[in-house]
Design a protein around this ligand. Structure first.
Ligand code: NAD
Length: 375
């Protein structure tokens, strides 16, 4: 059995498995190969892998021969067509947003496991890539904003005058938002937070931030912990309250997302016009459209003196730690799929396997994706 680690596309610095993590697979009698140069941007060069008896090969050889293919991002349609039947792919393939590619994987008769689709249950926590990476995104969003912002974060009283603390507004208190709160608080900022899930209020307050409550949120109890669309009345109330907070904010970190849909636009053009010159918005929901009307992923846009930076892949800017956590998530997930001799055994009765497995033996096996394709 061969497991191959692919090199990620240009702009992605992470790698699926670091050299020391690959050893865990080798203990299961699995030979590990890596595409030439795949770890370089995560500070793991070819030598670091060969030192651990991992073979460095070309992409072509790996795609042709590996039984297990590890890649964070999707392969291209052209590459999918050439994959070996029965190969197992494990990565973050975002099937809800990539239906056409899912059809290609199905036609290629590969088994595709997309770990971003795992249910957010206690048992899945050790393999939850969304959490491990969102944590980094929230941390780095605040540091990035602080870097662009031309003023201090903490309050200072000096002989040359006083500096007021920065005011940070955080939209969405999921994993990224909570880490953003903690990071902004550590830097001395005053923090206000919005989320449609009232359940997060206590966590927000325990981090020393103010939670702005809006009554009448839509019931999200059957959405697996995720947010759901809100009524027009709720949206209007929320907009009014965000408008009040945003005029006072120096930094805004936006993280609000709804799985399978475009991110809600929470900051309108009218609100942007009321923001202070020099304010900064870091929008990590940029990959699904962003929370402002002007967000562009991987770009900094200026509007009326406000910098709007869209970045859906901040974890890539901390490639070593991001890869280390990602790789551990992957190993934990693989341990569900491999028996003690290192053979692949898929147990579709297991809710985690069922939740992450998208295609198998030429069929789409994931109910939600199957429905999306047939509608
Ligand atoms: P996410 O990235 O899907 O969304 C970010 C946040 O934005 C969420 O808190 C969401 O409620 C909020 N949001 C969405 N629309 C909004 C709007 N219109 N206005 C304001 N806020 C809005 O979230 P995530 O970080 O992936 O977390 C999703 C859920 O999974 C959470 O309930 C989290 O607690 C849960 N979770 C569970 C586990 C576990 O038990 N294994 C691990 C991690 C996360």
């Amino acid at each position: 059995m061969i497991a191959g680690i692919l090199k990620e596309p240009h702009g992605e610095n992470r790698v699926s498995l670091l050299p020391e993590q690959a050893e865990a697979l080798m203990k299961k009698n699995i030979e590990v190969w890596i595409e030439d140069g795949a770890g370089i941007n995560a500070f793991a060069d070819n030598e670091a892998y060969t030192f651990k008896n991992i073979r460095v090969v070309s992409r072509k050889e790996l795609l042709l021969q590996a039984d297990i293919i590890l890649s964070i991002h999707n392969l291209s349609s052209e590459e999918i067509v050439g994959l070996r039947n029965e190969a197992l792919l494990v990565g973050v393939y975002q099937p809800l947003y990539n239906i056409e590619l899912i059809k290609d994987y199905t036609a290629a008769i590969v088994t595709l496991c997309s770990i971003d689709m795992l249910p957010r249950t206690t048992r899945a926590q050790s393999m939850d890539v969304l959490s491990s990476q969102a944590n980094i995104a929230g941390y780095k969003a605040v540091l990035t904003a602080a870097n662009i912002y031309g003023r201090y974060f903490p309050m200072f009283m000096t002989a040359a005058g006083s500096i007021a603390p920065a005011r940070v507004l955080i939209l969405g208190a999921g994993v990224a938002g909570l880490q953003a709160i903690a990071t902004a608080r550590r830097l001395g900022a005053v923090v206000e937070v919005f989320d449609t899930r009232p359940a997060v209020k206590e966590e927000v307050m325990s981090l020393g931030a103010k939670f702005i409550e809006i009554g009448g949120a839509a019931d999200a109890s059957t959405a697996g912990g995720y947010a759901v669309d809100q009524t027009e009345e709720y949206r209007q109330q929320q907009q009014m309250k965000i408008a009040e907070s945003i005029t006072k904010a120096d930094i805004v970190i936006t993280t609000a997302q709804i799985p399978g849909k475009n991110a809600p636009v929470l900051i309108t053009e009218k609100m942007l016009k009321t923001m202070r010159n020099g304010s900064v918005i870091v929008d990590i929901a940029a990959g699904t459209g962003g929370n402002t009307p002007f967000t562009k992923n991987n770009e900094a846009v200026k509007y009326n003196g406000v910098t709007i930076l869209g970045d859906a892949n901040l974890p890539s800017t901390m490639p070593f730690d991001a890869s280390k956590l990602y790789g551990k998530n992957v190993l934990n997930f693989l341990s569900l799929l491999l028996d003690k001799d290192g053979n692949i055994q898929l147990d579709f009765e297991d809710e985690l396997v069922k939740g992450a497995c998208i295609t198998h033996r030429g069929e789409v096996v994931h109910e939600k994706i199957k429905n999306l394709i047939s509608n």
